[in-house]
Ligand binder design. Structure first.
Ligand code: GLU
Length: 309
């Protein structure tokens, strides 16, 4: 990978994004996220080997929100293996990330692990054989491992804010429980889910965290879980088809890389065999994806000729 070319492109993109007037809307349904300054923009590229390349506010921590679903899925697959797919599907939902309608038609089996309903089932899997404190400790240890940090942290204000405004997620969890697809108490499952979403990482840390998906898991697989190479490909496939809510098809068309977004304004993108990219800008488009982070990824992918197609 031509590091100088990547640095030049992301510096240009960060300058372009600083000038943008139309920045989308910060998420308001989690009050703590509504406080975040929409003017911020950061981007980081973590090559499989070598130092991470930064531009803009790439070292400013933000709430990863749904991007956490990639890491939770990785852990859950390492524990439950393919049996997991009895309890959650692998199809795009075509509905908003917090939609409840499909659950009724499909008997409490969420469409995929990257919408809220699916991630709630994944939290339930992560509670197998451990209590909630041990489960979140394992998740944080995994993140510390893949970011290369001595520790990573949950933002307690975001966590409290999520819990206080969780009626919709509670409805999803209760419905899944009613259909028999949760094995642990709803409250414990939700606490783990809220904590996992409230993880704060910078673009630099998030890009480093995503490297195991760019490298094929084996390269980065030391630590609390073992990660076969084929798993990276499958997680990338799910990011491509389901990672950006009901705009996943449009993001595949525009960016051409597996992406996972979160309502904190972050997007993680994977260039298989090359690098992981994290872009962040808090304002969201009408589908809940960061407006400018996606524009930045589209620009970078085109200018570096990065695409899986
Ligand atoms: N914690 C958020 C929620 O449960 C995550 C949403 C997202 O980033 O898509 O609604």
């Amino acid at each position: 990978m031509d590091r100088a070319a990547v640095q030049a492109q992301i510096s240009r993109i960060a300058a372009r994004m600083a000038r943008e007037k139309d920045r989308g809307q910060v998420a308001r349904y989690i009050p703590e996220l509504a406080q975040v300054d929409p003017q911020q923009f950061g981007i980081a590229v973590a090559p499989i080997k070598g130092e991470v390349i930064l531009a803009g506010q790439a070292e400013q921590p933000f709430s990863v929100q749904s991007i956490s679903k990639v890491f939770a899925l990785t852990l859950a697959l390492s524990r439950a293996g393919a049996g997991l797919w009895q309890r959650v599907g692998r199809e795009p939902s075509g509905d908003p990330f917090n939609s409840i309608v499909q659950l009724e038609y499909e008997k409490g089996v969420p469409r995929n692990p990257f919408i809220n309903a699916g991630a709630i089932v994944i939290s339930d899997v992560l509670l197998e054989g451990r209590d909630q404190q041990a489960a979140i400790a394992d998740y944080l240890a995994f993140l510390a491992n893949v970011t290369g940090e001595s520790q990573v942290a949950i933002d307690p204000a975001v966590w409290a804010s999520e819990r206080a405004t969780s009626a919709r997620n509670r409805a999803l969890a209760q419905f899944i429980a009613a259909e028999g697809n949760l094995r642990h108490p709803v409250e414990e499952v939700l606490e783990l889910y809220f904590q996992q979403c409230s993880l704060a990482l910078s673009c630099a840390q998030l890009a480093k965290a995503g490297r195991y998906l760019a490298a094929g898991c084996r390269e980065m697989g030391a630590g609390p879980v073992s990660l076969p190479v084929s798993r990276a490909r499958r997680i990338n496939a799910l990011m491509m088809t389901c990672g950006c809510y009901d705009a996943s098809g449009d993001v595949a068309y525009r960016v051409g890389l597996p992406c996972k977004s979160g309502v904190g304004g972050g997007v993680l993108a994977i260039v298989p065999g090359v690098a992981a990219i994290a872009a962040w800008c808090p304002g969201l488009d009408e589908k809940g994806n960061s407006k400018l982070a996606l524009e930045a990824l589209e620009d970078l992918a085109q200018s570096m000729s990065w695409s899986v197609f």
